[in-house]
Design a protein around this ligand. Structure first.
Ligand code: AR6
Length: 342
């Protein structure tokens, strides 16, 4: 089962367990720790007093008391001291130890805050990467629904690094599609291929549906290839591509961040119509080219367009050959878009 990034107060979640970013006394504090103790009521502190504290990187479990979640897994993240004091390994071990407890208890759902990224000062981008990395490694081997809760998204610096690059990629294309239609309306060709932009073209609205059908198709694809698969459904194309790529079904749906049950439904229903985010998640897992991605989307009745940020972000990652669903989801999350997978 998948990893989900959500924006929420963790104390509102109804999971088997939520994780608390505690301190080594386990006797409460500020931040998420304070919020969890407040929402759980005094029973939680009473139980915590029996635990004898917890070392950095380790984890201990208690009941959830008045929380909607049944249990709380308390872990102690490292204090950020510049990065040379084993902070990364300690933070990774927080996630591993919490997940090991969740597995031992057969939990189906667990929610993490971004451990250490508040009072303890761990840079948020790095903290998120470590969270996603550890959780996805775990999910390759285990079935669980794991949430990463981003409480104060505003503090993510969208102006930095990857996001900066994506922001300008979106700007270049999104602006073309939205604010410069008058120029585009006079031109023909593919809105997505600047090289073709000099030919006269119908209105922007008229142009959209044809964009991905013929004008952009890779020349390497023969007519035979196209005709051979013309009646293929989404589900059939998906299964064919999984075989062609030499993947197992599980490798594919896990990489796509898709739930096993949903994959079984798609597999057993030739005419299954997935959501757009599901279809794209599979295209990403299969590492399809942009053209193949468009083909796959078309089978499900969708297209990519430069009139929405979501599509442009997907295009950005595919063009960069970055097929990491979780990195794509971080970017989609940063730009307030729907996430891939379940
Ligand atoms: N729901 C989800 N996330 C939250 C919530 C909430 N209600 N409140 C804060 N966060 P922090 P740390 C986010 O400071 O850095 C405590 O005093 C917050 O935005 O809670 O590991 C403990 O007792 C941040 O991204 O934990 C320790 O002394 C993340 O949770 C110390 O703080 C973690 O921030 C632990 O510091």
């Amino acid at each position: 089962m998948p990893l989900k990034l959500i924006r929420e107060d963790i104390t509102n979640l109804s999971c088997d367990a939520i994780v608390n970013a505690a301190n080594s006394t386990l006797l409460g504090g500020g931040g998420v720790d304070g919020a969890i103790h407040k929402a759980a009521g005094p029973g939680l502190l009473n139980e915590c007093m029996t635990l004898g504290g917890c070392s950095t990187g380790q984890a201990k479990i208690t009941k959830g008391y008045d929380l909607p979640s049944k249990y709380v897994i308390h872990t102690v993240g490292p204090v950020w001291r510049g990065g040379n004091e084993n902070e990364e390994q300690l933070l990774r071990s927080c996630y591993r130890n919490c997940l090991a407890i969740a597995k031992e208890y057969n939990f189906e759902s667990v929610a993490f805050p971004l451990i250490s990224s508040g009072v303890y000062g761990y840079p948020k981008d790095e903290a998120l990467k470590i969270a996603v990395d550890e959780i996805t490694s775990f999910l390759y081997e285990n079935d669980m629904l794991v949430y990463v809760v981003i409480f104060d998204k505003a503090s993510f610096n969208i102006g930095e690094k990857l996001f900066d690059d994506i922001a300008s990629y979106i700007d270049d294309r999104y602006v073309d599609g939205h604010f410069d239609n008058s120029r585009r309306r006079k031109m023909k060709g593919c809105l997505f291929c600047p090289s073709q932009a000099s030919v006269p073209q119908p209105t922007y609205a008229e142009a959209q549906p044809v964009v991905f059908q013929d004008t952009c198709r890779e020349e390497s694809e023969s007519l035979d290839d196209i005709l051979k698969h013309i009646d293929e459904s989404f589900s059939e194309m998906l299964l064919r591509k999984i075989d062609e790529k030499g993947m197992t079904d599980a490798e594919c749906y896990k990489k796509a961040n898709i739930d096993r049950k949903l994959f079984s439904k798609i597999r057993s229903d030739r005419l299954y119509k997935p959501s757009k985010t599901t279809a794209i998640a599979f295209a990403i897992a299969l590492e399809l080219s942009l053209e193949e991605t468009k083909d796959m989307l078309m089978k499900a009745g969708f297209a990519l367009s430069h009139s929405n940020k979501f599509d442009i972000i997907i295009e950005y990652f595919i063009k960069k050959n970055n097929y990491n669903v979780f990195e794509i989801n971080e970017a989609l999350f940063a730009f307030d878009q729907s996430l891939l997978g379940v």
